[in-house]
Design a binder for this molecule. Sequence first.
Ligand code: DQA
Length: 146
Amino acid sequence: RRVLVLHGPNLNLLGAREPEVYGRTTLSDIHEMLSARARADGVLLESFQSNHEGELIDRVQAAQSEGVDFILINPAGYTHTSVALRDAFAAVQIPFIEVHLSNIHAREPFRHHSYFSGIAVGVICGLGAQGYALALEYALNRIREN
Ligand code: DQA
């Protein structure tokens, strides 16, 4: 059983980037927390961050042949722009939760629309790094039930 966590552009800077908005937790902190939790359930969790749209699309396509059961994705800036990354999710039909650290609805109007929410299982935003942990609990429950 496998879960993939995808992080979009600029999230490699997490911890240092606008900490008042995104918090002090780094991407590797998040990965450690999530992979330990998944391991406890016998689930393999892999994380991948890219600043490049095509690399994220390639990773989503590869997930299908790898038999990934569930994806957690923070598409970051691509949330509001990428029809192509959304299309990749529609193509592979792997269930996913969209996660944002900040509450995108409380921010600038251009962040209010997501290309992903309409095809996601669910969306978590505004809960900081804890949002990933909560999304993972859902994924693990669903994997356990299947
Ligand atoms: C974000 C919100 C996006 O609007 C922004 O472009 C990001 C991060 C979040 O996690 O709050 O890069 O996805």
